[in-house]
Design a binder for this molecule. Structure first.
Ligand code: VGL
Ligand code: ZN
Length: 198
């Protein structure tokens, strides 16, 4: 059985959002075209408490884009984004939310960031994503969304690690490209790890 994983298609990651990804809204049409083709559609949501440790605003002298130590892990500092129950954390209007069967939220622990839909960045805690997929006997994942070089990449790498056959729907992804070339590198990394790029 196949499942579609929609990664973080949320207001803060598209035009006008706190951490807008260039052309982020372009993933909507791809998502809406794909959704009806899957028996199981799972959407992840970045879902931070207001004082999340990944926010530059929480650390004196740390600016957006800096890398600092957060509880023993190298952490990129982000603007405040995807705060629980705010408009920025909502799915982008126009996304076919009726076609989404399950929503998995991540990034709720203020002390650790969580790019992957499966685990936090320290692989300390797991979301319910794997259990949900195993319950439905899913073997093949099709992954798309925002952002290619962060949440999409880490979701794909964890999925492969967990033994899921994994395909990246490239046209349905857009990236941050904090450093130019990051997106290309992320796609290469997913490919090397065994993802099919479709
Ligand atoms: C993401 C940076 C911080 C993402 C989430 O969804 O790719 N990136 N939080
Ligand atoms: Zn985040």
């Amino acid at each position: 059985m196949n499942a579609l994983i929609l990664v973080d298609i949320q207001n803060d990651f598209v035009q006008g959002g706190a951490l807008a990804v260039k052309d982020g809204k372009r993933v909507l049409e791809v998502a809406n075209a794909q959704i009806p083709q899957f028996e199981l559609v799972v959407a992840t949501q970045d879902w931070h408490p207001p004082k999340h440790g990944s926010f530059a605003s929480q650390h004196a002298g740390v600016e957006v884009g800096d890398v600092f130590d957060l509880d023993g892990l190298a952490q990129t500092a982000w603007p405040d984004h995807c705060i629980q129950n705010t408009q920025g954390a909502e799915f982008v209007p126009g996304l076919n939310v009726e076609g989404i069967h399950e929503v998995v939220q991540k990034g709720t622990d203020p002390s650790v960031d969580s790019y992957s839909g499966f685990f936090d960045n320290g692989w300390r805690c797991e979301t319910r994503l794997r259990a949900l997929l195993e319950q439905r006997q899913v073997s093949h994942l099709f992954v798309m969304g925002l952002a290619t070089d962060y949440c999409v990449k880490f979701t794909v790498l964890d999925a492969l690690d967990l033994g899921f056959q994994t395909s990246l729907i490239e046209a349905g992804c857009r990236g941050v490209d904090l450093q130019p070339g990051d997106v290309e590198e992320a796609i290469e990394e997913m490919k090397q790890a065994g993802a099919a790029i479709v």
